[in-house]
Ligand binder design. Structure first.
Ligand code: SAM
Length: 296
């Protein structure tokens, strides 16, 4: 590699690349390019990427994070939806022979198939990305539902969404996203990123979230999908009581209401509680109890 060329994520090089290709960042695709080498390196460190790791990246943009990943990882496969960025990535990532760009919408990708085709088995698989913010939740839900077991997920998102992911019961930010994510992983904020670190600057601040496989829970739900649907239903009207939301899920017929009441008594949860008071374990116990009762 030519050592005179500054790294992609330096402000000077980012500006030069954008000028050279006459690129105008597309707001509709969440294009805010991170141009701070310290932050980029810290993201890779937060995922503890080593040359034994295979990495999936979502939205490489002009390649700033991809370059830092390529330097430390065994192999990097990155999904980029914007075909205008392909010639740029061809040039910026030329020095790295361990990177493959797939021009595809991540929401339509078959992750298990890509992983099987692109990565040699027997190495940790990590997901590291500066996510397009307009689809953060669908991407995370898609990743969880894909059943790929990532050894580590380190992703940048809008700080407000990050707050929801790590929120604890009883707080304003706690909702179905918190419960579902915390069910699948240990979730923590690795560090915050100011809007000034991007070109162009977004109008929100950002945070890096780290998801690590969690320790076994004392109780598991009878089905993951049932838990996801149930939790979503319980938070459908977060200002209403759990009791009201449960009738929204199962129905209001007198016989159904009696059964809901019996299940709540059995798991010792008050009808008057608001959904945001329930812990992950409460939700799992409820879903299992409704299943045992035959309502689910
Ligand atoms: N990784 C670069 C960085 O850190 O500077 C760019 C990150 S930028 C926030 C998000 C990137 O995701 C853009 O390159 C955008 O084109 C891409 N993108 C947006 N929607 C996508 C989708 N559905 N599938 C794959 N990539 C997408």
């Amino acid at each position: 590699m030519n050592n005179d060329v500054p790294e992609i994520g330096s402000p000077a090089r980012t500006k030069a690349i954008l000028n050279r290709y006459r690129l105008v960042a597309k707001k509709s695709l969440g294009q805010n390019f991170l141009s701070d080498l310290n932050i980029l390196r810290n993201i890779v460190s937060a995922a503890d990427v080593t040359d034994n790791d295979n990495v999936i990246e979502i939205g490489p943009g002009i390649g700033a994070l991809t370059e830092q990943l390529a330097r430390r990882a065994r192999r990097v496969v990155a999904f980029e939806i914007d075909e205008n960025l392909l010639p740029v990535l061809d040039e910026t990532l030329m020095p790295y022979d361990n990177v493959k760009i797939i021009n595809q919408d991540i929401l339509k990708a078959n992750l298990p198939e890509v992983i099987q085709n692109e990565f040699e088995p027997g190495h940790p698989i990590k997901l590291v990305a500066n996510l397009p913010y307009y689809i953060t939740t669908p991407i995370l839900m898609g990743v969880l539902k894909s059943n790929v077991t990532f050894d580590q997920i380190v992703v940048m998102m809008q700080a407000e969404v990050a707050d929801r992911l790590v929120a604890e019961p009883g707080t304003k930010a706690y909702g179905s996203l918190s419960v579902v994510m915390q069910y699948r992983a240990h979730v923590e904020v690795a560090f915050n990123v100011p809007r000034t670190a991007f070109i162009p600057q977004p109008n929100v601040d950002s945070a890096i979230i780290r998801l690590t496989p969690r320790a076994a829970l004392p109780v598991e739900p009878y089905s993951d999908q049932a838990l996801y649907g149930f939790v979503k239903g319980c938070f459908a009207h977060r200002r209403k009581s759990l009791w009201n939301n449960l009738q929204g899920i199962f129905g209001k017929q007198p016989e159904v209401r009696e059964r809901i009441e019996a299940v709540l008594d059995k798991v010792e949860i008050s009808r008057q509680l608001r959904p945001e008071r329930l812990t992950l374990i409460n939700f799992i116990e409820l879903v299992n109890a409704f299943h045992a009762d035959g309502l689910m």
